[in-house]
Ligand binder design. Structure first.
Ligand SMILES: Cc1ncc(COP(=O)(O)O)c(C=O)c1O
Length: 441
């Protein structure tokens, strides 16, 4: 049934270490995908899947959105190559659209990925404050560069029990990270203001960098008052508040999660849904901070560089995505309705099957946790979630044509190309696999 997929992996492994080009793509079952359209994926053997993985969430409008693709084709047909010198009108247009959409953003710069953009958020914060340290969240992911590539799904045996107030040791996600890479990085619980105060009292903190909703360990929402509390601490201690909206930005609202929660960061970082799957990242925020990218004094100027920054293909895709979202705000209400259908449907199906589960959700992003409550931080998940059941559940869904990323606690993403019928079909398949899993013990 997966002969062709197997052949692709075998061929790729000859020259690509592990046969995949991003560590997280090395999962079971091994499937080679060859086509994607709307809410669907097809593998090399012709099997069709309803896709909720959405390539780790960029596909807000669905795969290969025709308007976004047309915009890219038009840009290339108009000979919009990568000029790589001077300015282009289209990067200016994209900056306008972002500033008009996201409440706290006054100026923007472009990168190719979210990781580059979080890197710049840290560098900019250090230049602006003259301080060195940063605070990030246990269970948060902010990209693959040395200081932040740490402490996402850290096993409890390594990270230790929950401490509050306090901080955790730095656990890099990679070999090859210098031993002192975490020297200025403070890792605290999400949803825990006391631990943030603890670090701010003891260290010169330039920046608090966090996903406003933890969406790399499912969907862990901030408690009421938590983000506002961080905002107040940043003002009191002179630290920059940077929201990593790479996953939340444009997915939950045109104004990002900040547009919904009303807490304004100093800097924001975007990627993913910004160009509906084309590679681009952005950093934006207060003009007085962003202008450090153009400070006339070289000793204060923050370096932004990148051969491919604002390449016309992803820029055209981002403009088309934002114009489509702006022109049809009904997209967000349809996403909310489908999210609601998925949440209540899953809850009913789990209850019917006698499976203890809590479904956490923010609009089109959702995650089923096999525990009796929606989690508040990584320790809560690590202690209570049934990881083994989660993997079996995801693999059973994949075998029946519903693609969820086959690792525990990874977010499901609904797109505007999904339909009510897709969700109903997904719930029917979920009911069936739970029955079969129960029978198999
Ligand atoms: C919240 C968050 N920040 C940053 C990144 C890094 O973005 P990229 O993979 O484009 O470098 C990711 C990627 O998953 C992310 O989820």
């Amino acid at each position: 049934m997966r002969e062709q997929s197997r052949a692709v992996f075998e061929r790729n492994r000859r020259y690509i270490p592990g046969g995949v080009v991003s560590l997280n793509r090395k999962v079971q079952p091994e499937i080679a995908f060859v086509r994607a359209k709307g809410s669907r994926l097809w593998d090399a053997d012709g099997n069709e899947y309803i896709d909720y993985h959405a390539a780790f969430a960029p596909f807000l409008l669905g795969h290969n959105d025709p308007e976004v693709n047309d915009a890219v084709v038009r840009a290339l047909a108009a000979d919009q190559s990568l000029m790589g010198t001077g300015a282009t009108p289209w990067e200016g247009r994209l900056s306008e659209l972002i500033v008009e959409s996201v409440p706290s953003v006054e100026k923007v710069q472009f990168t190719n990925t979210g990781s580059e953009a979080t890197y710049h958020a840290i560098r900019l914060s250090r230049a602006f404050t003259g301080k060195s340290d940063i605070i990030v969240m246990q269970g948060g992911y902010n990209g693959w560069h040395n200081e932040v590539a740490c402490n996402v799904m850290t096993p409890l045996e390594a990270v230790g029990p929950r401490v509050s107030p306090g901080e955790y040791d730095y656990h890099p996600l990679s070999a090859g990270v210098p031993a002192d890479a975490g020297a200025k990085v403070h890792i605290v619980n999400f949803n825990d203001l006391d631990s943030i105060a603890y670090v701010l009292d003891r260290h010169p903190v330039a920046c608090i960098l966090l996903e406003p909703i933890l969406q790399n360990v499912g969907v862990v929402r901030p408690r009421p008052g938590y983000l506002q509390g961080i905002r107040e601490f940043c003002a009191r201690y002179g630290a920059v508040l940077a929201f990593d909206e790479v996953k939340t930005g444009f997915r939950h609202a045109l104004g990002g999660y900040q547009g919904l929660c009303g807490v304004m960061p100093d800097l924001s970082v975007f990627g993913k849904a910004l160009a509906n799957g084309y590679p681009i990242g952005a950093i934006g925020g207060r003009a007085d901070i962003m202008d450090l990218f153009d400070d006339p004094d070289p000793s204060r100027r923050v370096l932004i560089a990148g051969t491919y920054n604002a390449h016309p293909a992803p820029v055209a895709a981002a403009i088309a995505t934002l114009e489509k979202l702006k022109a049809d705000p009904g997209i967000y209400s349809r996403l909310e309705a489908m999210g609601q259908q998925m949440e209540s449907g899953l809850q009913a199906v789990f209850a019917e099957a006698g499976v203890e589960a809590a479904v956490a959700r923010q609009s089109s992003a959702f995650c089923a946790y096999f525990m009796d409550h929606a989690p508040r931080d990584w320790h809560d998940i690590a202690r209570h979630h049934d990881f083994k059941f989660d993997i079996k559940y995801r693999q059973a869904l994949i075998s029946q044509g519903v693609y969820h990323f086959p690792l525990p606690t990874k977010q499901g993403s609904i797109s505007a190309a999904h339909t009510e019928e897709d969700i109903t079909q997904t719930l029917g398949i979920t009911r069936k696999i739970l029955r079969e899993m129960k029978k198999a013990g």
